[in-house]
Structures are given as C-alpha cells and as structure tokens.
Write a protein that binds this ligand. Structure first.
Ligand SMILES: Nc1ncnc2c1ncn2[C@@H]1O[C@H](COP(=O)(O)OP(=O)(O)OP(=O)(O)O)[C@@H](O)[C@H]1O
Ligand SMILES: [Mg+2]
Length: 510
C-alpha cells in the first residue's frame, strides 16, 4: 500500500506543493528518500525512524521508499519530516490513508517524537492556501503563525503520536510537553518621534517628502549631524501596512527564522545592515535553504545603509538590480529563488574620511584626492537611482537656542500628511501601473497627459541647459515636484514646487 500526502517546498517566498509518497515492500530493511533531497532532508530518515519508534508507532523493518515529487523541484530543510512520517504510517496501515490525503503536513520531528517549530511556516501555508489547500497540520509551536493565514483550518500537534491519533491510529493519547518558541510575539519596528529632531527643518521636510512619494534618499553630513537619527524616523512617517504587505513582511521574518507569533507585522520595517555586511547578507543567499537578506526584509519599509562609503562597493552594487526591478532573484544550480525588494533606500555618508569637509565649525584634514575617492565608492549608477540628495549640517548652539520655542513637526502629524499625499497620487495615477510618484518614469511625466507647462519648469530647463542637471536628474526633480505638490494638496505643481524639488535634488552641489 502506498501512503500519499502533501507538503510545501519554498523557494524564496514562492511555495509549491510537494507530493510525498511512501511505499513499504518486503525485503531487507532499508530506507531511501528520492527526489532531490538536500542533506538536512536526507537526515529525515533518522529523525522519522527514531521519532515514530519513540512515539510508539515504529516503522516496519522492511524496504521503505519515500518519493518527493516533482523531482526537479529543489527541496530544503527538515520541514518535510511530518509528511514523510504520515505517509509511512499510512503505507504501513497504522493510520488512514484517506485522512492524510486531505491535509497538508508541515513540521520537523525531534528524535523523541515531538514536533519542533520550523522557520518559513507562514509563507508555506500562505502559498498552499493560494493554491486552494485549506487544512494544515503544523507543530504546536507554529500554530499561531499558521493561523495568520485567513480562511484555513490549522491542526496543531505536539507529537507524531498526536498526529497519528488524529489520522485514525488506535494508539492511546500520551500527553507530552509541546515544544514552543521562547517568545510569543514578533517585534515591531519602534516608531520614533520626529519632533525629537531640533532645527534641521530642511532635513525633516525632506524626510516627509521621501515618505510621501516613496523616494530614495541620500544624506551627506559630518558626524553628529543627525543622519542616523533622521533615517530611524522615516519608517514612522510611512502609513500602516496593508493586509498583503503585512503578510509579506511577516513571511520574510518567518523565513529568516524570526518569531512571528500570533500577530502580523503592521508597521513598515527598518533594516540597517552593518557596513561589514556581505552581498549575501544584503540581498540574501545561503548554501542550502536560501534566506532573505536585509534588502528583502526591508520590503515595504526602509533599507538604511549608514556609512555607505564604508561598504564594499560590490556589495552596494548588488542593490542595483533589486532597486530597478523591485525583486531579488537568487540563482542556484537548479533553481531561482525570488524575494520582494520594494524597500525605500536611505543612504548616509560623511563627506570625507575624516568627516569634517564642509562642516561649518571644523577643519577637514583629508586630501582632495582621498575626499573624491571616498564618495566615489558609492557608484554613479546607484546614486542615479536616488531622488533626494540632502546635505545635513550639525546644528549650532545658536540654532539650538532659536529652536527652543519653535513648533516642531511630530510623527503623527507628518504621517497623516504623508497618507493624504499618497492618496492624492494614487488617485491621480489610477489606471497606470504606478501608485507612488517615485515609481513613475520620467518620460511619462515629461510627455504624458500630466506634462507641466513650460513656464512651470523654466528653472529646471535652465539648469539642464547650463549643465547643472542631467536628464536623469531632471526627471527626478519632476517626480519630487509632484510629491511636494501632493503634500501641499494642490492639483498640479507650480514653479514654486519645482523650485523646492530642485533644492531637494541639488542641495549637495552647493
Ligand atoms: N537636530 C538634532 N536634534 C536633536 N538631536 C540631534 C540633532 N542632531 C544630532 N542630534 C543628536 O546627536 C547624536 C548624533 O546624531 P547621529 O548619530 O544621528 O549623527 P550622524 O550624522 O549619524 O553621525 P555619524 O556620521 O557619526 O554617524 C544623536 O544621538 C542625536 O541625539
Ligand atoms: Mg550615523
């Protein structure tokens, strides 16, 4: 008799159904798994054998063959243990073959027969649910996570014995301590207060514009100017995540092995990889199970590259393709894993190795050559994709005093302005593939139905003629002008909006 059930193989965030078939035939005792298993999966043999035996439902000492299909689909990790065990118990007629056929099984077995929580349960269940599957047996420790997918039935089990009893085994229940995760819920990115930033009006305004239009941002300034402080406040300005975004962000956490808990993440994430990060840490990788990198984990939120020139330039360049396409593809010999990469990029840098160049209150000790070399480490093609370029200055004692009684923009007010501006742009862009101004191609803005009048863009045209602006830069200013106008709640940008946009683009060059 052959026992058949299903499990899910994940490649990046994409899941595909895997059929798990088990056959037990007379012959010398053996246990073979076929269908492209990796090492962790081959070890399933030992885990399944010990787990079933310790749970009181040992496998027969005969020829055992397990087939995972489609064979060409790469399969990683221990998540197939439960499906293999159930298919085998059905093949040995200990449980109902019909019952296991109606359930998707996901979970890793411990030698004692208990089920261990596994990473990637949320994206696996979500993928299978999309394919029409509705019943899922998962480790008790992953039950909350699986239940985050709407419209499905979750069957949590603590041990392989409980699983067998569910599927009609005549064994008596034997309560065991389920293996649970150490912490119950996921950590949301904390929302920091924008009003903590004293002075630096230009910079806080630029953050609001960046949030409203989804524009990438580059900040240049001496140490202590507040670059890190500003970047950490950007996620707080973004609207709450929608249901699909929440599911995607939480799924990426689950794949990284983070706790997902009983609630989806609802706030945009902030990822700030250290400058010693490798390309794999940034865009994802790993030799077996392909894990998401910081860029994928920043999807629907902010990827903050602090001290950008300190990064290896080839590592930074690995971001170019994701920024362009919104997708990260990781190629392996027999598979391509894809992750979303819809993050907002924030780069920060000191102006030179000593950090003081251009600062109002101190002297730079670097040579012109080392200064040029320093910023050149952020490649032109990457900088080209960044709409807002901002110089941030350390605030002076006088400014600090002046700012004392001044009213400051707080995060809640800024966020509602951002939400309003985003809904204006989404409304205007209805019927196009874009929602945010940063997504709109320059050619559409220049020649499409929303082309601005000559008189409005006069300052821009002049800058282009004088060579102060490239064509790419021109398009970026146009996009920014629309965002500035959206924040002002006007129908079409005026010359003043274009002027403000030009400033957000060109403040670096002064
Ligand atoms: N405008 C400001 N308002 C309030 N606090 C500020 C401001 N600017 C800087 N600070 C304070 O100064 C400290 C240093 O700022 P931050 O770390 O953001 O600087 P930075 O520009 O990232 O410097 P570095 O180049 O060294 O990384 C912060 O802890 C912050 O509290
Ligand atoms: Mg910093």
């Amino acid at each position: 008799m052959i026992g058949t059930t299903t499990a899910v193989a994940l490649l990046g965030l994409t899941g595909q159904m895997v059929e798990v078939e088990a056959d037990i035939t007379p012959g010398l005792p053996s246990f073979t798994i076929i269908g492209l298993p990796d090492t962790a999966l081959s070890n399933a043999r030992e885990r399944v054998r010990h787990a079933t035996s310790n749970a009181g439902c040992p496998l027969p000492a005969r020829r055992i063959t397990v087939n995972l299909s489609p064979a060409a689909l790469p399969k990683f990790g221990p998540v197939f243990d439960l499906a293999i065990a159930m298919a085998l118990l059905a093949a040995s007629r200990s449980i109902s073959a019909e019952s296991i056929g109606r359930v998707v099984h996901l979970g890793e077995l411990g030698l004692d027969g208990r089920l261990r929580p596994t990473s990637g349960i949320l994206p696996a269940v979500a993928a299978a649910a999309r394919l029409g599957h509705t019943r899922f047996m998962v480790p008790a420790g992953n039950a909350d996570e699986a239940a985050l997918v709407p419209g499905i039935e979750v069957i949590p089990v603590a041990s392989v014995r409980d699983a067998a009893i569910f599927h009609g085994s005549t064994l008596q229940p034997q309560p065991v301590e389920p293996i649970l995760l150490a912490r119950e819920s996921a950590t949301e990115t904390p929302v920091l207060e924008l009003a903590d930033v004293v002075g630096n009006r230009d910079a806080t305004q630029a953050m609001v514009v960046a949030a409203a239009g989804g524009h990438h941002l580059f900040m240049l300034g001496p140490p202590g100017a507040g670059k890190t402080m500003l970047a950490a406040r950007l996620p707080g300005l973004l609207p709450d995540l929608g249901p699909l975004e929440s599911l995607e962000v939480s799924s990426l956490r689950s794949l990284s092995g983070d706790i997902v808990g009983s609630q989806l993440i609802t706030r945009p994430p902030l990822e700030s990889p250290h400058h010693t990060a490798t390309a794999a840490a940034l865009v994802g990788g790993g030799s077996r199970q392909i894990r998401p990198g910081a860029a994928a984990r920043a999807s629907h939120g902010v990827l903050f590259i602090d001290e950008a020139p300190e990064f290896n330039s080839s590592v930074l360049d690995a971001l170019r393709q994701p920024i362009e396409t919104g997708v990260i593809s990781i190629h392996r010999a027999n598979a391509v894993a894809t992750f979303p990469a819809t993050f907002q990029l924030v780069l920060a840098a000191n102006p030179c190795p000593c950090g003081q160049y251009g600062a109002r209150d101190s002297e730079c000790t670097c040579t012109p050559h080392s200064r040029r070399r320093y910023l050149a480490r952020i490649s032109g093609p990457l900088m080209d994709r960044i709409d807002i370029q901002l110089r941030v200055q350390r605030i002076t004692a006088a400014e600090l005093r002046m700012a004392d009684g001044e009213e400051r923009l707080d995060t809640a007010t800024a966020r509602s302005a951002v939400v309003a501006a985003r809904s204006r742009s989404a409304h205007r862009l209805e019927g196009t593939p874009w929602k945010l101004n940063s997504q709109v191609p320059g050619s559409w803005l220049r020649t499409g139905p929303r082309r601005l009048a000559r008189s409005t863009t006069a300052s821009l045209d002049r800058a282009l003629e004088r060579g102060g602006l490239t064509m790419r830069g021109y398009d970026r200013v146009l996009r920014l002008a629309w965002t500035v106008a959206d924040l002002d709640a006007v129908e079409t940008p005026t010359a003043e909006h274009v002027g403000r946009a030009l400033y957000l683009r060109k403040s670096l060059q002064s």
